[in-house]
Structures are given as C-alpha cells and as structure tokens.
Write a protein that binds this ligand. Structure first.
Ligand SMILES: NC(=O)c1ccc[n+]([C@@H]2O[C@H](COP(=O)([O-])OP(=O)(O)OC[C@H]3O[C@@H](n4cnc5c(N)ncnc54)[C@H](OP(=O)(O)O)[C@@H]3O)[C@@H](O)[C@H]2O)c1
Length: 354
C-alpha cells in the first residue's frame, strides 16, 4: 500500500551565511515546513540518512561554488525511499525503491524528512547495500572515480592525492589498487600514515615532515606521477605541483585549508609545461552521461557489497542533534561522517537486508 505523505515535515534550515563555521552551525534551526511537491520527472524521497560533507560546510559558510537562495534546507546528498512521484517514466520506475539521491541546484536539500530529487539524480540501491552506505554513494565515490578516470585518460601513469585520509581518499586507495594504478597518498599526521597503511596503501607521505617536498619529488619522479588530485589549496597546491615531473597537471578539487592556491613556481608553468586546473563532480557527471553514471554506480555498489569501499560513520544524529554532530565532525574529519537521520536513529535498518 502506498505510504501516506504528510503535509508538513521537519527540516534543518539555513537562514544566513556565516564565514566562521562554528557560527554558521550555531545559527542552524530546525523548523516545520511544507513537504515539497515533486514535479514531472521528479520524486519525493523519504530521507533515512544524509551525511555532512565538506561541501555542506562550505554552503553554510557561503563559500561554496553554487550558493542557494536563503532561507534554505542544506544537504547535498542522502538516501531513502521514493514515496511519491510527479510523473514521468523514470520517476514512476523509481516508485517505492530505495535510492541514493543528490541535489544539483537551488532548492531544499536532504537534511529534512522529505526531499524532492530529480529522477535522473537518483540511483536505485542494490538489496545488499545498506541505506547508510547509500547515503554517501554519490558525492565521494563518484568523484574518486571521476578523478582517476580523468588522470588516466590524460595519460598519467600514476597520481598524487592530498587529503589522503579523507573518506574519498580511502575509497580512492581501493579503486586505484583495483586498477593497479600507483597512488601517492599525502596526509598531515603520523596516525593517518598508519591508518592508510592498514588499508593497504603502498605510498603514504606526511606533509608535516620537513623533508616532505623532497620525498614527494623523488617518489613522483620515480613513479612518473603526472597527475595530482589536490583538495587542500593554500601553499599545498604549489608544493605539490612544484614537486611533480614536467608536463604534470594538478586538478584542484577541494579547498580544505580555506586559503587561495599559492606557492606555485612560475618556472614550472613556463618551462616545464605544468598546468593547474579544477575538477567539479557536477560538470563531470554531465559529461559522463546517464548510462556511464549508471554503470559507475553499479560498480561502486558492488565494491560496497564486497567490503572494498565504505564510508566510515563516526556518529548518527537526529535533526535536533545536528549542531552537536556537525561540531564533532569539524573537530575530527578523519574520524568519519556524521549521518543525519531525520526520521530517527532507530529506523536506520528498516527497508534493508542488513
Ligand atoms: N570537486 C568536487 O566535485 C568534489 C566532490 C567531492 C568531494 N570533494 C572534496 O573532497 C575532499 C574530501 O572530502 P571527504 O568528504 O572525503 O572529506 P572528509 O572525509 O571529511 O575528510 C577530510 C580530510 O581532510 C583533512 N583535512 C582537513 N583540513 C585539512 C587541511 N587544512 N590540511 C590538510 N588536511 C586537512 C582531514 O584531516 P584531519 O582529521 O587531520 O583534519 C580529513 O582527513 C574535500 O575537500 C571535498 O570538498 C570535491
């Protein structure tokens, strides 16, 4: 029997951007709002779980590349069950299915009991993929895959990845191993070196060590790592690009230091044909096309089922606990995602095989 959809829902609301992340989090409220109505080609997802990613924090700070009209509901991705559709072939096919879903655009997000998703931004979850893992299926795993594909199709024989201990970085280690593709993982603490080694990473460098730039230069030269996936920005961008062999490209895809990219040796750009560019998942997905995404998502779900990739979860919170949960995540990002569970934490294993 079709599930009754209420008129009202509870949602986290962002009413003003604040550059300071702690202030931005403190100003979030939980409000009652009308349940949004799906239009043609859209579905209504009853959200079971939604993570906080760095891009969510950047939205709260007003620093993300695509901002939204305020007040708004944050949350760029999540997972849940399709409980209503606005019509259209794909939307109707998704009816009743468990899906991973994501938002591209200026409307209410996933930190709410219900979320309207474009049907073509939903991925049906395989029976053995837990909903909590589905909640993080789109943004990080597809970006890791997209970065690797971008570097390999540009002819790079190996790559460097900064923010190696991130969830995305940990997934990339497994994906690169599957492809037999050498990856130099850069972290900033010794515990993170140990963590990545325990996951099977062969090359791990600690950027806090004095000899880091020299070590990176030697290793990148030996492995011919002519691609770098750079998520820190600030001086790290230049430090990495300067250490790479001639004709290398650094793909900046994150700005975790919240600083401008710097420290770039102009000699490398002029005489050694090094290039600096960016990578944004939204653009890459458009180029990849629906069929390609469907295939990639199938492969990622098989990797989740086999236990080869996973999103680590450090805490699950209800809507009322969001501020506390986000503060915990900001203090310890390597510890794993904080999952927001709008319908309560007890419901996390419903509608799943495990
Ligand atoms: N361009 C795109 O389309 C796209 C798509 C997806 C993700 N991303 C980016 O991918 C990156 C990883 O995302 P995620 O969700 O996997 O991250 P995550 O799991 O939250 O982990 C973040 C990692 O970065 C480290 N870190 C934070 N600030 C740092 C700094 N200033 N210097 C060095 N390391 C720092 C943290 O280490 P500590 O514990 O030591 O703080 C942690 O290991 C983010 O930058 C995100 O924005 C971009």
């Amino acid at each position: 029997m079709a599930e009754q959809v209420p008129e009202k829902m509870r949602a986290v609301v962002l009413s003003e951007y604040r550059e300071d992340v702690a202030e931005a989090i403190a100003r979030l409220t939980v409000q009652e709002r009308p349940v949004p109505k799906p239009g043609r080609g859209q579905v209504l997802v009853k959200i079971a779980a939604s993570p906080c990613n760095p891009s969510d924090l950047l939205l709260l700070q007003g620093k993300y590349g695509t901002l939204k009209t305020l007040p708004t509901v944050p949350g760029w991705e999540g997972a849940g069950t399709v409980v209503a559709t606005g019509g259209g072939l794909l939307a109707r096919w998704l009816s009743g299915k468990r899906v991973a879903c994501a938002l591209l655009g200026d409307r209410g997000g996933t930190w709410a009991e219900y979320f309207v998703a474009d049907a073509d931004n939903c991925i049906p979850l395989k029976a053995d993929v837990p909903t909590e893992q589905g909640a993080g299926l789109i943004i990080n795993p597809l970006t890791a895959m997209g970065l690797l594909q971008t570097a390999r199709s540009a002819g790079s024989l190996a790559a460097i990845h900064t923010a190696g201990a991130s969830q995305l970085g940990r997934m990339m280690i497994a994906m690169a191993a599957d492809l037999d593709y050498p990856l130099i993982n850069v972290v900033r603490r010794d515990e993170q070196v140990e963590l990545l080694r325990s996951l099977g990473a062969k090359h791990v460098l600690n950027s806090s060590r004095e000899d880091f730039a020299a070590e990176l230069k030697a290793l990148a030269g030996r492995l011919r790592a002519t691609a770098a996936f750079e998520a820190i920005a600030g001086d790290m961008t230049g430090t990495v690009l300067n250490a790479m062999p001639p004709r290398s490209t650094a793909y900046v895809y994150g700005g975790l230091s919240e600083e401008a990219c710097g420290n770039i040796d102009p000699i490398g750009l002029i005489f050694h044909e090094k290039t600096l560019t960016g990578f944004y998942l939204g653009k890459w997905l458009k180029r990849r096309g629906a069929l390609g995404i469907f295939r990639d998502a199938g492969r990622l779900q098989r990797m989740i089922i086999d236990g080869r990739i996973a999103t680590a979860i450090q805490r699950r919170v209800t809507l009322d606990e969001v501020a506390d949960g986000l503060n915990q995540y900001v203090k310890n990002m390597t510890g794993g995602k904080v999952l927001i569970m709008p319908h309560g934490i007890h419901q996390r294993s419903t509608n799943e095989n495990r």
